[in-house]
Design a protein around this ligand. Structure first.
Ligand code: FAD
Length: 144
């Protein structure tokens, strides 16, 4: 079965708080597990950057549902491509908060014009590499 990867960016509405992320994280893990979606959701500086992996149908359905969510606005698709294999297969949805830690800001700067998290100005490749490096930092236990 063909596998697809979708990456998008969106803007959080004002006043979104930590409990909202917990709720989104729990709901995403629960729903995604049921349909075989894996991926990662990063949030910082009022922006979301999310990658979804799975079958074309489930990725499309999940993305369409996410777009209706009033907790974010101005979603922009960065990439939607066929992939050989999953890159985030251990996570049905890992939610990672972008902090002011210097290691995190260094990765942002590596793929952006400044160390402010602005995934809207990243290419598909930059956003994916950014998420890979964030994953490595997380796995090393060096985040938060
Ligand atoms: P319910 O939880 O019953 O929700 C029904 C409706 O109410 C939906 O339209 C939902 O958007 C809305 N809603 C629920 N809670 C709130 C709230 N606290 N404030 C405002 N509206 C609310 N879902 C996934 O399944 N997988 C994902 O990977 C995923 N990623 C997300 C990423 C972002 C940035 C955001 C903002 C949301 C994400 N969600 C994800 C949540 C998704 O948008 C839906 O809320 C969720 O999938 C709906 O789950 P449900 O069908 O069980 O309906």
């Amino acid at each position: 079965m063909a596998l697809y990867r979708l990456i998008y960016v969106s803007q959080a509405i004002a006043g979104l708080e930590y409990p909202d992320f917990i709720e989104i994280s729990q709901k995403s893990e629960f729903n995604n597990k049921k349909v075989g979606i894996t991926g990662m959701l990063s949030f910082g500086d009022s922006m979301f950057l999310q990658v979804l992996e799975g079958s074309r149908r489930t990725v499309s359905q999940t993305y369409n549902r996410i777009l209706l969510d009033k907790r974010h606005v101005n979603a922009e698709l960065i990439d939607f491509s066929e992939i050989e294999h999953r890159s985030f297969s251990v996570w049905s949805m890992k939610v990672v908060q972008i902090t002011n830690q210097s290691e995190v800001r260094d990765i942002i700067l590596k793929y952006s014009s400044s160390d402010v998290f602005s995934p809207i100005s990243m290419t598909g490749e930059q956003s994916l590499n950014f998420l890979f490096e964030l994953t490595e930092l997380y796995k090393k236990g060096a985040m938060g």
